[in-house]
Design a protein around this ligand. Sequence first.
Ligand code: AMP
Ligand code: ZN
Length: 437
Amino acid sequence: MEFQYRDPEIEKMPREELLALQLQKLKTEIEIALRTPFYKERLSKAGIKSRDDIRTLDDLNRIPFTTKNDLRDGFPYGFLAIPKEEVVRLHASSGTTGVPTTIYFSRSDLKNWAGFMARCIYGAGCNKTDVFQNMITYGLFTGGLGFHQGGEEVGMLVIPAGAGNTGRQFKMMQDYGTTVLHATPSFLLHLETKMKEAGVERESLSIKRAFAGAEPYSEDTRKRIEALLKVDVYNSYGLSEMNGPGVAFECQCKAGLHIWEDGYMAEIVNPDTLEPVKDGETGELILTILCREATPILRYRTRDLTSFYTQPCECGRTHRRLRRITGRSDDMLIINGVNVFPSQIEEVIMGMKEVGNNYLIVVEKDGALDRLTVKTEISAEIFMDDSRPLNALKDKIKETLQASISINPRVELHESGSLPVTEGKAVRVKDTRPKDV
Ligand code: AMP
Ligand code: ZN
């Protein structure tokens, strides 16, 4: 196979040089972090007061971990390292409570991010002759603008299609001769189902490749999408705390995701002991960003479970590869690509006095997409046979949940005391989606 590299010197840099580059970048990122109120305090407690306190890459171990809660506590500007007038954009992701984790970007941060994205897209075989339909949510979510800018950087014709509306998506593919898609894996599967229903002939489309990410999926799912849509599917991994997509991406070998080690330092630790796992073993991914000046984040606990490949890749890139993310070390659910914590749902429903004491969150597959149903008991004062207040309550729960988690759930109301009660730890979430990762 003929491989193409956007930044060959860096992508194929001998490991020794790459590690030396990492050390330099880590020192700089420490210097940047020390300008933020949060890290100034955190790092000085750990005895790190200047970039010179980091002498080798092993000194990374002296840096305390950062969690999503820390980011929340630091909201809105505790992690900002540059003057506000130098910030040109923010992105945000939902947290366990109403406070979003917010990441700020300077102009050069955006340029760096677009560069990493372009490296991923080009490395998957795309070039300026491609027409790229970005079928993912634009807005605060990083997937839309992240891929958009990366696509433009490669020189592709980018269609900011956004998510949903399969009919419109097919029309655009036909009208503009789309060759590359980006979506969640569940949306790609859904697209195939709809393609049959809409009577769209595969031959009328020019699609060759698809990027799929934002949620976990298995190798079988990849193969299924590839067979059904007749495209090459590449796995894309990222998280808003680390810019968004562009952190790790599959090359044309499709055997693990290269993590760009000149932009990110990756460690894998046991989520209970926080000690490093043995090479090749599964654990929680910890990431330190090395390419951002507005919002430095050091040793971030991603909660994503994965492992490193121990062998180099056939493509010649020296940046290590991650295995597919197999799950999380917390209870975050990913529903059609949107992050939802059960605690967010609980907060909404338990805040309503009409709601009883027991509830159950059900996540299941509805065709290719995910469906969320919230079953809740009503308080003993409300009678099941009076439908008017019940319907009003249902609508209220739906609307409040939609506002809080950005997903439109189904809501079922149950008589007080009728939902199953488990002995011991309550089971609040029933996720029946196949776990085939
Ligand atoms: P967000 O910050 O909203 O972009 O969500 C980031 C989270 O989405 C990650 O921490 C992962 O849990 C999940 N995610 C993103 N990409 C992938 C992927 N390719 N495979 C599995 N999970 C993913
Ligand atoms: Zn490779």
